[in-house]
Structures are given as C-alpha cells and as structure tokens.
Design a protein around this ligand. Structure first.
Ligand code: NCD
Length: 374
C-alpha cells in the first residue's frame, strides 16, 4: 500500500496533525528543507487550470531539492490523442516518484491511485475533493485561531460545485469546530456528504442566521453542523460570532448549462466587516476570487487569504516529504482493493470517460469513484 492522498478521509487525525506540525517547521524557513529529497522527481499532471496549487506543489518540491516534470496543458498531452487517464498515469508512474493529479472528473485521483505504483496526490478531482487545500486551510486556521475545538467557521458561497469545502467541512468537524454552511441559493452543500457527517455523529440542523440582518438584508437560511449557542432553529451571530469566514467563488465551469443565477450573498468588503459579529473574524478564500471579496479588505488584519496561499508551499513540502518517506499508507487509508466498484457512468464521474476494463463493474449502491448513487 502506498501513501496516496485521494480524500482527506484517508488521513487519521494523527496523520493530519503531524503533517501540519511538519509544515509549521518548514514554514519557519522553506530553504531549510533543501537536500531532503534531492534524489526524487515529482510529476504534476494538471488537466484543469491551476495557478496556486501547481506552482506551490512545484515550489515545494524544488525547496526540498527534488526535480519536477509537468504536464499542464491537456491539449499538448496525449489525452488529446485519446489516451485514457489510466494509460497516462501508467506512463507517468515510470518517470517520477510521486504523481500530483488535477482532473476535471470526480474519482480521477482514485483511479490514478489504483493504477500507479507510486503515491498519487489528489490536487482536485472535478467537484469532489481537494484534500491538500484542506491541509492549507487547516494550517492557516490553526495559525490564526490556535485550537479549532468549539470554533465557528462559516463556509460561504458555492458549496455544491466547489470542491474545497467538501474536504474542509468534514475535516473541521473532526477537529471539533462547528460549521455553518451558508450557500448561494441552488448551490447548497451535497446532501450525501451531510448525511455521512450526521452518520458520524455530528448534529446537523437547518437554522436561520440572526444577529447580522443589516449585513445580509434579512435572515438567510443555513445549515449548522455542531451545536448552536442561542436557541433552536436559529444561530445568533451577535452572541455567537464566527471565528472564520471561508469564502468561495461560484464554479461557473462546473455549473450545468443555463443554471448560472445571480449571486445573492453580499460581497465581503470593509463595510460588511464593520458589523459587530465580524469584529474578529478571519477571512479565508482558496482563491481565485472573482468579486466575492473587495480589494479594500486586503490590508485588513482579518484578511488571511494571501497568507493562506503562501502556506501552500510549506504544507505541500510536508506532504511530499511524508509521502516519499513512507512505505506504509496513512493510518486511515483503505487497502488498494477497490477494483470492483459499481460503474456509475455519470457525466461528472471518471467512470464515464475511462473504458470499462479500467473501472470494473460490480453490483452495489455507491460509486467508489464519485461517491454518487448508482
Ligand atoms: C480552488 C480549486 O481549484 O478548487 N482553487 C485552489 O486550488 N486554490 C478553488 C477555486 O478554483 O475556486
């Protein structure tokens, strides 16, 4: 079993904590890691646009003293000649010691991890997950807030097609934080992920958001994971102020045709942050922002998003170093046996694009790649 990182759920709490601790060490001086991985090569296979994730992965490997080979333009790769993802991964497996994959289809990283002998790191698979962004987010939140236990974190924006919150929400819950899901209408958090959180014992309730009506132009509806201070059916932000606001953009590239409605959540600007509940709220965003946060917030001490982007390097240094150093998998990884998943064939799932012999069919309920019902 290799140390793949396909889903944040592959990591036990202790694995995640030790990665964050190692990242904190690297962040003191990223130059100090030079030489640790001088003999290693990392392949970045990016079949979807990226700036921060790819560059910070590559900078991280270079800071460790290793080399990087990259394929970041699907039009310039054999994918455009009809090569399957599985074959592309088989090739890359022979050229590098670790593979970092970003792909537009859900479950692509799982398929790659099943195919490769080397470790595979998921740098985003369609709208499904983005576990390394979650490590970056947790690193930034820990640095800002210390312990996450009991903290209130608002996840804001496109919670349906944005993959970052799909990895982050369960991680926050595992570290004891409370999560308020405040979605743009029609872009609500996936019901299946909410159900699995509830199955794991997290109390989940629909609530009205009170105490900041002027900022929101009313009382928006939200979902609270964890207990509310201040009554049934509502969360009063003036008495229970958010410790962090995690803002996301609408993922227009993944919206079904014709569904792109107008944004209804307000832009986060200085005026918004003047409201009392937000006096000490850290503002995070995985970036890129496209109008969700005004430029006038950038110099505000509550703005954490550029610091968050910079944390990508030490966090990914810690991850690459751990993945290359470990013969054994993470404590929570499942063994690489899932070669007989149900074949869901949904357009957003990798099973729709790969030939049947790469993704074997079997009767069952949930697709092992995208997690959707079959
Ligand atoms: C995010 C992504 O690609 O999911 N960006 C990133 O990796 N920092 C968020 C986004 O594109 O909106």
């Amino acid at each position: 079993m290799t140390r793949d990182l396909v889903s944040f759920s592959d990591l036990a709490d202790a694995d995640a904590t030790s990665l964050l601790d190692a990242a904190a060490e690297f962040s003191k001086d990223v130059r100090a890691g030079l030489g640790r991985r001088r003999d290693a090569v990392m392949a970045t296979l990016f079949m979807e646009p990226s700036t921060r994730t790819r560059l910070s992965f590559e900078a991280a490997m270079l800071r460790l003293g290793g080399g990087v080979v990259t394929s970041a333009d699907p039009k310039g790769a054999s994918t455009s000649k009809g090569e399957t993802l599985a074959d592309t991964v088989r090739m890359t497996d022979g050229y590098a010691d670790v593979i970092v994959l970003r792909h537009p289809l859900e479950g692509a990283a799982r398929l790659a991890a099943e195919t490769a002998r080397r470790p595979v790191i998921n740098a985003g698979d369609g709208g499904r997950e983005h576990p390394t962004q979650t490590l970056v987010d947790l690193f930034t939140l820990r640095r800002r807030l210390g312990s996450l236990a009991g903290r209130l974190v608002v996840l804001w924006g496109d919670l349906r097609y944005g993959r970052t919150t799909h990895s982050l929400a369960p991680a926050l819950v595992r570290f004891g934080a409370r999560v308020l899901l405040l979605a743009e209408p029609g872009l609500e958090f996936p019901a299946a992920t909410l159900k699995s959180l509830a199955r794991d014992g997290a109390p989940t309730a629909r609530v009205e958001v009170a105490g900041a009506e002027a900022s929101f132009g009313g009382r928006p509806e939200a979902i609270l994971i964890g207990a509310a201070a201040g009554g049934e059916g509502a969360i009063a932000l003036d008495r229970d102020p958010p410790d962090a606001l995690y803002v996301t953009r609408v993922q227009t590239e993944r919206l079904p045709p014709g569904s792109g409605g107008a944004r209804r959540l307000p832009t986060i600007d200085r005026r918004f942050l003047e409201a009392r509940p937000f006096a000490r709220t850290a503002v995070l965003h995985p970036l890129p922002r496209v109008g969700e946060i005004a430029r006038d917030v950038d110099d505000d001490p509550r703005a954490a998003y550029f610091e968050q982007a910079e944390a990508g390097v030490p966090v990914r240094m810690a991850l690459i170093d751990a993945v290359l150093g470990g013969a054994e998998g993470w404590a929570r990884s499942r063994p690489a046996e899932s070669r007989t998943p149900p074949l869901c064939r949904k357009a957003r799932c990798v099973t729709s694009a790969e030939p049947p012999h790469e993704v074997a069919a079997a009767p069952g309920s949930d697709c092992a790649y995208c997690g959707g019902a079959v």
